[in-house]
Design a protein around this ligand. Structure first.
Ligand code: PRP
Ligand code: MG
Length: 209
């Protein structure tokens, strides 16, 4: 039997993926509290690697790993050529445009300043709506940007809405829903089809409870 290699995303999604793989009896070798980056399961013939979300997409696209588990946000932001094969149903949140409460700035005749960690998603979304924008790329805590006058609005993930609320911001428009996805390298999907389908089947049965 061929080995399958799966890339897990560092952070919340990786931890939830670890739980799910343990539940379906596959992830015993994964120990995310260790500093190890590779986990080998010689019984089920699955190797796992643990990398940053945006790198999951790169490893899968290059075929170094057959499969990856990553948020839809990361897939949308990367211009990638992988198959998205299964919605894992966890890591649910949404992309929203948000701004200072009560101001509701969104459509502008001139250029809208948008702060975000996701420039590609924001560009595409506003472009499709003929809104001219200037992107201010930040690496986190983007909720600060409208408060200090760095941007008119933000484009960011909203899960509970607590971060917006705590900073006096509100959703102006919901863009799309996000969750964790199983992605596959295109060649692996053909050559390891049966093994990949078996993994999907177990994941699906686990979701159905
Ligand atoms: C994420 C996201 C929002 C927040 C949404 O930030 O960028 O700020 O979580 O969650 P909530 O709606 O439940 O408050 P994260 O904590 O990952 O930090 P960062 O933006 O600084 O990277
Ligand atoms: Mg944040």
């Amino acid at each position: 039997m061929d080995y399958i290699t799966i890339a897990l995303s560092k952070g919340r999604i990786g931890k939830q993926a670890d739980n799910v793989f343990k539940k379906i009896g596959l992830g015993d070798c994964i120990d995310l509290d260790s500093r190890k980056l590779i986990f080998k399961d010689d019984i089920n013939k699955i190797n796992y690697i643990y990398v940053k979300p945006s790198d999951v997409v790169t490893y899968v696209e290059k075929g170094v790993t057959d499969l990856g588990i990553v948020g839809k946000d990361t897939i949308l932001e990367s211009d990638t050529n992988v198959y998205e094969i299964f919605d894992l149903g966890f890591g649910k949140c949404k992309f929203s445009i948000a701004g200072i409460k009560g101001e509701k700035i969104y459509k502008k005749d001139d250029i809208l300043k948008v702060a975000t960690k996701y420039p590609e998603i924001a560009k595409k979304y506003f472009n499709e709506r003929q809104q001219k924008i200037e992107i201010i790329k930040l690496n986190g805590s983007v909720e600060l940007a409208p408060l200090v006058g760095l941007s008119d609005v933000i484009v960011d993930l909203v899960e509970t809405g607590n971060t917006l609320k705590a900073n006096g911001l509100e959703v102006i428009e919901d863009m799309f829903n996000i969750s964790a996805r199983l992605i596959s390298n295109r060649v692996s999907y053909r050559f390891k089809f049966d093994r990949i389908q078996n993994i999907i089947k177990s994941l699906n049965e686990n979701m159905e409870g």
